[in-house]
Design a protein. Sequence first.
Length: 98
Amino acid sequence: MAQVTWSPSSLADPEGIAEFISRDSPHYANLFVQAVVQHVEMFAELPRSGRIVPEYGMENLREFLYESYRIVYRIQGFGMEVAAVVHGARLLPASPPQ
């Protein structure tokens, strides 16, 4: 399994989403964050199984979808770094997430 790290900016993404969800349901906000972490850990088993992010076309920058969210990660050697968790309706930045 690849070692998983989270970029500083990507750590804030699920927290912000959970904060928004918690306005209606703190319980579902907590479940959302747990599910995102579980899906990241599943992809750590086979990090190349995610699709290449179409906007960037870089072999080492991949993503998978969870509900309405895109979880973008970077393959780095024997590990993977989560770069962003973005709602699918939002555009990604012009340059790849750091």
